[in-house]
Design a binder for this molecule. Structure first.
Ligand code: MRU
Length: 361
């Protein structure tokens, strides 16, 4: 699919090309599934726009894009004084932080790079720039490793022949290439469990219909597309034995923000006594927040609902509310699947215990 791809993943979601004077390349996810096209980000404005417009999306992938965005944004500063470099780093990080508010991986990646710079005050600007690129690459590779572990931890929860439901896209496209919720399905399929995935189409931007089905079909994992409003009935019909979704930000008590509609799916699963799991790496936890009530929810343009994909489907001038995420309270989550193991029951105590343990081997 991609000859320049340097990362060891199945989906070439995003990757750096060349050395410190190189650039970020990514799949333009707004065009999938009808067109597979990669775009080149050679300045920080292009990275910001790609995050804002969801050309790259999904919490871990946004974090990786922001890390590489910092490297691109500092290319002009490599020969300047360290003070000028640090000043520009602050400006670039603040700029990228303004692209989208909910996925904490964005802020986590930017903080990580800024902390590294603060801890490396002895380096000149050129050396610092090279170190930031190394760190961005490390974030990408670590994410891939976390995805594989999440797949292994999560696959153990599924039984042969299970029907599993997912919402939005928490696949390779949302990460460095391995996926979180989809990593669970990929691993279960690899183990020969014969699972069948039901994918919610995920209104209004159809990440489930456009991206999740595309990825699963590429990997030959059986998938059936349903519209969001069908989830309850499909559960009632006995087709679903587990629900697994990703997350954009998880508070210390386990309350989890994910794509709008996830909360409804969790309530439906609870009513049908079906286990609802979140799959997410430790970089998606925000332990500074006690509960989900503090998670900022992005509100997006009304046109995404009234004029989705170029077709007007509502009267001109209609009032619209378009929150992009919702928060599922911990009490509806059977377990959180992380690279450090399963958080179960979902309580602050268990969140802290598992996150402070070593990644599973
Ligand atoms: O608006 P998006 O497409 O960025 O929303 C993405 C999601 O909600 C994903 O489920 C979440 O980021 C987890 S990705 C592993």
């Amino acid at each position: 699919m991609n000859t320049e791809h340097e990362a060891a993943s199945d989906v070439a979601t995003l990757y750096w090309v060349g050395g410190t004077d190189g650039y970020l390349k990514m799949i333009d996810q707004t065009l999938l599934p009808t067109e597979y096209k990669e775009i080149e980000c050679r300045d920080v404005e292009t990275v910001w726009e790609a995050i804002k417009k969801l050309r790259v999306r999904g919490a871990p992938a946004i974090g990786i894009a922001a890390a590489y965005g910092v490297v691109v944004g500092l290319q002009t500063e490599a020969g300047t004084s360290r003070a000028e470099f640090d000043q520009r780093l602050k400006i670039v990080a603040e700029y990228l932080a303004g692209s989208r508010p909910t996925a904490v991986n964005l802020f986590w990646a930017l903080d990580r790079l800024q902390k590294l710079a603060a801890d490396s005050a002895d380096l000149d600007s050129g050396e610092m720039h090279a170190l930031l690129l190394e760190e961005a690459r490390r974030i990408e590779v670590e994410d891939l490793e976390m995805c594989h572990k999440i797949g292994e931890v999560g696959a153990a929860l599924l039984s042969p022949g299970d029907g599993v439901l997912t919402h939005c896209n928490a696949g390779g496209l949302a990460t460095s290439g391995g996926g979180t919720a989809l990593a669970v399905f990929f691993e279960a399929a690899r183990q020969g469990k014969g699972i069948h995935v039901y994918a919610d189409e995920t209104r209004p931007l159809l990440q489930g219909a456009r991206l999740t089905t595309w990825e699963l079909m590429q990997r030959n994992v059986p998938v059936t597309l349903i519209s969001d409003s069908m989830a309850g009935w499909v559960m009632k019909e006995g087709k679903i034995q587990a629900v697994v979704t990703g997350a954009d930000r998880i508070a210390a008590n386990g309350d989890s923000a994910n794509k709008i509609g996830t909360y409804s799916v969790a309530l439906l699963a609870s009513l049908h006594d079906i286990p609802f799991y979140i799959a997410a790496p430790s970089s998606t936890f925000d332990l500074s927040l006690e509960s989900g009530a503090e998670i900022p929810i992005e509100e997006r343009q009304p046109e995404e609902i009234t004029n989705g994909f170029g077709k007007q489907t509502a009267p001109e001038g209609v009032d619209v509310y378009n929150p992009a995420f919702d928060v599922t309270p911990a009490k509806f989550i059977r377990g959180i699947i992380t690279e450090r193991g399963l958080i179960q029951p979902v309580t602050t105590e268990q969140v802290l215990r598992v996150l402070n343990s070593e990644p599973v081997q």
